[in-house]
Design a binder for this molecule. Structure first.
Ligand code: MG
Ligand code: ZN
Length: 375
């Protein structure tokens, strides 16, 4: 008994001595270790399942930028309360590392706020940015700054943007910031909190000492087939230039929001033009990351939309009444106007990208980023 007590004391002493030299946690961010990324860029193609991604190999004259990734994984995007997720639960899994209910924006099953990666990294002096081709208050981007029990509460979500740590954002959704049902003008609040608000276009030069809000559509940004032009790539480049000037690490989330809407509409042209636009933006982000060498890039989706299939053209029927196909002609088809339960591709590039190979949950993407950052 006595001997054991002595041993216990020695163990305690050893542990105490061992700990004394350790500095208090996170007062200062530890120095970056070899093969640890400085910057994190998360690119989300809403509704981009494997068939959607595959279409970029068949409906473009050039090899897609997706093909430049060497590390590929598959994630299970099941929500906490249903086998098929929506964008709110899916994005909350990426942003906060939890599984929650469909419709939830940054809250858990008890509707309690959960810290997101933007809030966490801002405390470590990271710059943060969000870009979407939907309204910036839509479920996917909202999950990176807001905490509400329903994705439909877009006026509440807009108000939470003004008090969030976000430094740069671009997308639609102006109507949720002004001319609101509660009479508040959130644009004024944004300005009070250090934002320069832009509602016309992406200015060439922006003031590096300000935060920036680009609200370029009343609600959604236009579709590609209705003339959105190069908004996604240009705003992403603008964010990267802005962060570069700051010389501090950054987290950037960019969403190709309308790939999902092409799926819901069962409109292959809408879907594929949005997907190819997303791939263009992915290419310019990869160019940046290849040049810098210190940036982890993750491309994924929240779920698949439309039950999209690249099937063969039916040319007729044989004598038994079975369909005959031309295997040289792809006809995009859909099986649903909703989401599906397919596993979702994850592509990763840069320091710590190897973590993203294999099978895992969508919420693990958050935790893998934390491991990459040595948290
Ligand atoms: Mg979305
Ligand atoms: Zn959807």
């Amino acid at each position: 008994m006595k001997i054991r007590n002595i041993w216990m004391t020695l163990v305690v002493l050893f542990l105490t001595c061992h700990c004394e030299g350790t500095p208090p946690k996170l007062i200062e961010k530890p120095a970056i270790k070899a093969n640890q990324p400085l910057n994190i860029i998360l690119l989300i193609g809403d509704g981009m399942g494997l068939s959607q991604l595959s279409s970029s190999f068949y409906f473009s004259n050039q090899l897609p930028n997706f093909a430049r990734f060497k590390t590929i994984g598959l994630s299970n995007v099941i929500a906490a309360n249903s086998k098929i997720t929506d964008s709110a639960a899916g994005a909350t899994s990426f942003a906060s590392g939890i599984k929650t209910f469909n419709g939830a924006i940054g809250v858990d099953m008890d509707k309690q706020p959960v810290e997101n990666i933007v809030e966490l990294l801002s405390k470590e002096n990271y710059q943060t940015g969000l870009i979407a081709t939907s309204s910036i208050t839509h479920a996917t981007p909202a999950s990176f700054y807001a905490h509400v029990a329903s994705r439909d509460w877009e006026e509440q979500i807009a108000a939470q943007m003004a008090t969030s740590p976000i430094d740069f954002f671009a997308g639609g959704g102006l109507k949720f910031f002004q001319n609101r049902s509660d009479g508040k003008n959130i644009l004024d609040l944004l300005k009070t909190n250090g934002f320069e608000v832009h509602t016309d276009h992406l200015e060439k030069e922006i003031d590096g000492s300000m935060r920036h809000a680009f609200l370029l559509g009343e609600e959604d940004m236009p579709k590609m087939i209705e003339g959105r032009g190069n908004f996604l790539q240009e705003s992403t480049q603008k964010a990267l230039n802005y962060f570069e000037e700051k010389a501090s690490p950054f987290f950037l989330m960019v969403e190709g929001s309308q790939i999902d809407w092409g799926g819901h509409d069962n409109d292959a042209e809408y879907l594929i033009t949005e997907l190819l636009d997303f791939d263009q933006m992915v290419g310019s982000v990869l160019d940046y990351a290849e040049k810098k060498g210190n940036t982890l890039v993750i491309v994924t989706a929240d779920h698949e939309t439309g039950g999209f299939t690249l099937s063969a053209k039916v040319t007729g029927q044989n004598s038994k009444g079975e369909d005959e196909h031309d295997y040289n002609v792809i006809v995009p088809t859909f099986s649903t106007a909703g989401h599906s339960a397919s596993l979702i591709p994850v592509l990763a590039f840069g320091p710590q990208s190897a973590q993203f190979s294999g099978f895992y949950q969508n919420s693990d993407i958050y935790h893998k980023i934390q491991v990459a950052l040595n948290h």
